[in-house]
Design a protein around this ligand. Structure first.
Ligand SMILES: O=C(O)C1=C[C@@H](OP(=O)(O)O)[C@@H](O)[C@H](O)C1
Ligand SMILES: C=C(OP(=O)(O)O)C(=O)O
Length: 445
């Protein structure tokens, strides 16, 4: 058995030899896949997910549902069992414990499945990767207790903990502090149609990633659930009323993951040339759609048409001063572009990234500086200035988006090596092949 640790292995990020001309199909959205999976477990009939994401985060969600008694199997496009099938068929069943759920490092599993477990009959324990034990969970645990669920934890408001499901909850009014993560709101909303009185959820304090909560409302409505949303004094949604009722199943197609498309589209700005992502929706709830505006502001030309989204660049990158509070998961990709930009940039509104897969503000500042750039953490973001960049072994801290950050910089900075590039399996297991194929369209030097 090898004694080599992952941190000793590093992937040499390919340098772009010339302008790109690539078409990059991107697999299904993590956020949509895991929402649809969870709702399928509550549905009144089976659900077939067309082209869902197959990655570590989605596999953890599938395993969590199976542990609670739900049948999930791979099927072909016609719904016939097929171990290699790209679709998933979810057959709901009464939810029951005892069960153990491994959340890995998936925010969507650790925040969406505990509310579901509160509806199950039996005891469900939750744990995850070492870093998962540091990700914020406290206000979700409190909200579940306020709804009448029994949750035992060690008092830190974090994994590991146990939910003692009693087969149902009355529901009603509950407040949640979602300042650390919008996923607290989403997790509660997703189970709300199965609460006896539905849910009247009120947010206290600000909430990041507002489009992700809006996505949750949209998928609930698509499945036939009635949701009323009220805006608060800050002009953002602050109260969600979910009516009790059945959740529909049926055939559900999953859009490509627009945030995962980010590094590939960013490559067109770094290397010049163009990159097209087929299947980009003309209307979507995904926060990643904001890339269209952000990449234009950084100097790209962007065209959305029936063939997908095409981003073209010249190799020149304009600096950016932007608030990413709504689309925090784009920060590592945008930070990579800022590292290569022609002037100083400022990324604001993303203090909550300190609770993501790693402390992303610290990680980005450290790794940009390691590469010869100049980055400084601010209270709520990063300041990034151009520097004399040079190759380095970039640490990734078990964060898929730190690995793709390094790959984007490596397109221009020879000698960039990515430690533990396999961490991209969290949402994009095929990343290195997709990236190498894309870079090859620019020639091989
Ligand atoms: O609900 C979701 O699918 C997500 C919500 C956001 O989380 P935060 O609100 O914690 O930033 C986002 O960053 C994450 O990648 C996915
Ligand atoms: C924050 C992220 O993930 P998670 O769903 O684990 O919160 C992310 O993918 O950028």
């Amino acid at each position: 058995m090898s004694t080599q640790t992952t941190s000793e292995l590093a992937w040499p990020a390919p340098v772009a030899a010339g302008p790109l001309d690539a078409v990059v199909p991107v697999p299904g959205s993590k956020s949509l896949t895991n929402r649809y999976l969870l709702l399928a477990a509550l549905a009144a009939e089976p659900t077939q997910l067309r082209r869902p994401l197959h990655s570590r985060d989605s596999a953890l969600m599938v395993e969590a549902l199976r542990a609670l008694g739900v049948r999930v199997e791979h099927v072909d496009a016609d719904g016939r069992p097929d171990a290699d099938g790209a679709d998933l068929l979810i057959d709901p069943a009464p939810l029951r414990g005892p069960a153990e759920v491994d959340c890995g490092l998936a925010g969507t599993v650790m925040r969406f499945v505990p509310p579901l477990a509160a509806l199950a009959d039996g005891t469900v324990t939750f744990d995850g990767d070492p870093r998962a034990r540091q990700r914020p969970m406290g206000s979700l645990i409190e909200a579940l207790r306020d709804l009448g669920a029994q949750v035992d934890d060690d008092g830190r408001g974090a994994l590991p903990f146990t939910v003692h499901g009693t087969g149902g909850l009355p529901g009603g009014v509950v407040e949640v502090d979602a300042s650390a993560s919008s996923q607290f709101v989403s997790g509660l909303l997703l189970i709300a149609p199965h609460l006896e009185q539905g849910l009247d959820l009120r947010r206290v304090g600000p909430m990041p990633s507002q489009p992700h909560a809006a996505m949750t409302v949209e998928v609930l409505r698509e499945r036939g659930v009635v949701v009323d949303v009220e805006v608060g004094d800050d002009g953002e949604p602050a109260r969600w009323q979910v009516h009790p009722g059945p959740v529909a199943g049926g055939l559900v197609a999953v859009e490509p993951d627009l945030s995962n498309a980010g590094p590939f589209l960013a490559a067109a700005l770094v290397a010049g040339g163009r990159v097209r992502v087929p299947g980009w929706p003309t209307r979507t709830s995904q926060a990643g759609d904001r890339l269209r505006e952000l990449l234009v502001r950084m100097g790209a030309s962007v065209e959305l048409g029936p063939a997908g989204l095409t981003v073209a660049g010249t190799g020149a990158i304009d600096p950016l001063d932007v608030d990413l509070h709504d689309a925090g998961e784009l920060t590592p990709t945008i930070a990579a572009l800022c590292t290569l930009a022609d002037g100083p940039s400022r990324l604001r509104g993303v203090a909550h990234l300190r609770g993501h897969e790693t402390d992303r503000l610290a990680a980005l500042a450290t790794e940009i500086n390691r590469l010869g750039g100049h980055a400084r953490e601010t209270e709520d973001g990063l300041e990034i200035e151009p520097g004399r960049l040079h190759g380095a072994r970039v640490e990734t801290y078990h964060d898929h988006r730190m690995a793709t950050f390094a790959a984007v910089v490596g397109l221009r900075v020879a000698g960039t090596e990515v430690v533990d590039v396999e961490t991209t399996a969290k949402t994009l297991p095929d990343f290195t092949r997709m990236w190498t194929d894309m870079v090859a369209t620019g020639g091989r030097g």
